[in-house]
Design a protein around this ligand. Structure first.
Ligand code: HEC
Ligand code: HEC
Length: 339
């Protein structure tokens, strides 16, 4: 009798194992299929600057004109605007005092966080918004960049290589100060999402998409085209000037269905971990109102394994079966939410 019971238990275990093993194999196949589906990282999400053309033109005279932006009494020259160790702070009253690491970084190789992520933490499409993210999450990402667990699927993407260098060279005290600062900021509406059939022609310049000199429009196709709402302001690194994201018609509604219901077991409803309004829960980050190019990069990097930290494993089942079109829809919907 005792023996029979044991056998029943063993058989039950084997049946469970068979089920799990089949499911795992199936998952692996699906994941492989997903990887094969997108051989190359989408160029519009991982905007890679063309190699600088060698120029024989005589050097231009230094332009010392002081630039201004609306709603600010500050004035900076182009050299000051491009200073990686004291980036322009156009609206100092718009955020609390920045710790040194955010305002200045540390010479020679820790660039100021505020240069790329902006003093108010809103960020740009080639990096990331940090405003309001949990401090514990920020610190963990720094650790993942440093340990090599978080990389890019596109090795030519220089901004992320610079981020990895900064994370590697900054110390615990600096990381703690930066994490507390950014997590205390309130994210503001930053991305204006527009569904459209056609988009302005764009090219990559300064690691982001900008309208081409040859004007005109083209079909959006299977892309998200995220560009500066006002390129001149963005080039001046004005942290009051956000972005427009053109997305395919119908993508927001499709994304909402995937995010809220999981799309008939294609993925997992995001609110379970990211909170009911997707604004984050505990140490799980917000995904609401953030750059859709950034969100597509993360979903793609998690699926490809380029982003592979300990907490990232929780996201693996969510992305395993997503196609690039699913990622576009999810990112379009998430970006359209209030941050
Ligand atoms: C040279 C530009 C640059 C500088 C300077 C920089 N970062 Fe970044 N950071 C990036 C880029 C690019 C990414 C996004 C990479 C990607 O697409 O995955 C990023 C991403 C991050 C993330 C991940 C955000 C998320 O939601 O997961 C954190 C956290 C972060 N940076 C913190 C910092 C801190 C803290 C500093 C200052 C010590 C800093 N960064 C300085 C470029 C920069
Ligand atoms: C089981 C919990 C869980 C579920 C379900 C889940 N996530 Fe996540 N998500 C996480 C965790 C944890 C992280 C942080 C991963 C890390 O630290 O690398 C994360 C990170 C992310 C990131 C990167 C954010 C950043 O700042 O870089 C995106 C984008 C994301 N999730 C989107 C989604 C979407 C879209 C869904 C639903 C389709 C979803 N997640 C469902 C747990 C989850």
């Amino acid at each position: 009798m005792k023996l029979r019971k044991r056998w029943t238990a063993v058989i039950a275990l084997m049946a469970t194992c068979a089920f799990v093993c089949v499911a795992t194999a199936q998952n692996q196949n699906e994941s492989r299929a997903a990887q094969q589906r997108h051989e190359a990282p989408p160029y519009w999400a991982y905007a890679v600057d063309p190699p600088a053309a060698a120029s024989n033109a005589p050097a231009k005279p230094v332009d010392d004109t002081r630039r201004h932006v609306p709603g600010s009494t500050a004035a900076f020259t182009l050299a000051q605007i491009g200073d990686l160790f004291t980036p322009p702070d156009w609206h100092p009253a718009g955020h609390p005092a920045m710790p040194d690491i955010v305002a200045h970084g540390r010479k020679p190789d820790v660039f100021a966080c505020g240069y790329c992520h902006l003093p108010n933490g809103q960020g740009r499409p080639e990096n990331s918004s940090l405003a309001g993210l949990p401090a514990g999450y920020i610190a963990q990402q720094m650790a993942d960049f440093k340990s090599g667990m978080r990389k890019s699927s596109e090795p030519r993407q220089r901004p992320i290589a610079m981020m990895i260098a900064v994370a590697t060279k900054s110390n615990d005290q600096e990381i703690r100060a930066a994490a507390e600062y950014f997590s205390g900021l309130k994210p503001i509406p930053w991305i204006h999402v527009v569904e459209t059939k056609t988009v302005p022609r764009t090219r990559v310049a300064g690691w982001m998409l900008v309208p081409s000199a040859t004007s005109g429009r083209e079909p959006i196709g299977h892309r998200i085209i995220e560009t500066a709402a006002n390129l001149e302001q963005v080039e001046l690194r004005n942290d009051a000037s956000g972005f427009v994201a053109y997305v395919p018609v119908g993508s927001i509604e499709r994304g909402e269905a995937l995010v809220t219901s999981g799309g008939a077991s294609k993925t997992i409803p995001c609110a379970i971990c990211h909170g009911p309004d997707l604004k984050g829960k505990g140490d799980v980050p917000s995904i609401a109102g953030r750059s859709p190019s950034y969100v597509v990069r993360q979903l793609f990097d998690i699926q490809s394994g380029a982003r592979n930290g300990a907490a990232t494993q929780l996201m693996k089942p969510t992305v395993a079966k997503l196609t690039l079109d699913d990622m576009i829809s999810i990112a379009a919907y998430a970006a359209s939410l209030h941050p």
